[in-house]
Write a protein that binds this ligand. Sequence first.
Ligand code: PA5
Length: 463
Amino acid sequence: MLSFDFNNLFEGRIGDKGITAEEFEAVLRMAPKMHEGIVIDRPNRKWRELPYVSRELIEDIKATAGKIRENFESFIVVGIGGSALGAKALFTGLMHPRHNELPKEKRNAPKFYVTDNVDPDGLNAVLDVIDIKKTAINVISKSGNTVETMSQFMMLAGKMQEAGIKDLKDRIVITTDVENGNLRKIVNEYGFKSYVVPAGVGGRFSVLSEVGLLPAAVLGLDIDALFKGASDMDKLASDPDVFKNPAYMYALTHYAAMKKGMTISLMMPYSDRLYNLALWYVQLWAESLGKKFNKAGKVVNVGQTPMAALGVTDQHSSVQLFTEGPYDKITTFIGVENNNTELEISDVDLNMFDAEYLKGQSFNKLFASERDATEYAFKKENRASLRIRMDKVSEYNIAAVMYMLEVAVSAVGQLLSIDAFDQPGVEAGKIATFAYMGRKGYEEKYRELTSPIESDPKLIIKI
Ligand code: PA5
């Protein structure tokens, strides 16, 4: 069971702070052209075909994963952005929430790390808890040049060599472009086992490609269920009838909300497991829609700022702002009907005074009640929200939601008439980092970056 309920976005439920009938009619008139744009563009969007990849590839991935599962204690995904966030979302969504802390016999998969950041404290912390001799890594970069990924690859491969490991080939797998980029050169030179980030699949759309699948297979996840969820959603998300297509409804309501001043799209799962899914969404929505130019080359500076919050934790933090601050947010609540486990609030033999009512009740009921209570509080304050509900956190449901959001973001791209698939703003930062780090060919950029700029001393405050 997976459902999408858009009722609380509309004026019928939340008055004129919601999308009005006229406003929705106006965006509905844009739907046929939006759909046509998506259909015409589909052949360029290879990520749409990912749920249908060949059996042969899946078997190959499973075989590689099988060797890693058998021979290694830890597995590190080395990648950043779209090369990391999908694997993180699958890991936290579908594995035991304390996977790495479980004893080996209860773990059923290697310890799992995603080392996207290059903060030396974070990296050293991982080195402190793994045994490098018992560690395999999957280096993932579509461009094959990303500095964070390359530097970590070098560091980890170096540590392996220092530990006396002669052949790195049985413990390093590389996922990158089929022919371009530095990583591909390294594969060709040394014969590392490699997988391909398919052409036409950008990082943030790559979770169901080899990028997400090898980590998923190492974790022992059900890849067929991932594909089934995504392909079932592909069918729904291809329907031109907006009221049967959750991706189109998501896109059109978000577009209408943007027009109405809701410049922030908040995703708030009531599930620890799904918090990384919300962070994956933040990247998808931000990198795809935050654009300076439209397709005609005109400066438009558009976008809708995505945010993630966690229920119930953020009820005691940002929910105050969400319910009483400006009407600038459209919220997606994600709720899970059945947690994987049950837990009782003990009928403890102590007088709990005003908290007596909790005795013998369950955390499952408390968690669900707080979720429903927050949705109610939003509605009462006329805050626009929609609800995604799943029966449980499963491969099928996660993949279906991810695929729905990928189609939705493409549809908003059509409505805004922007290219939702590039990320020139990210590229600018990558290029500046190459220059600071002394990469050949970036000398001119380095001069530009380091040419002195005058600072007003009044604006610098020191203790
Ligand atoms: O979604 C994207 O395209 C980006 O977030 C990239 O995944 C990220 O910048 C890493 O790039 P690469 O995979 O080339 O190392």
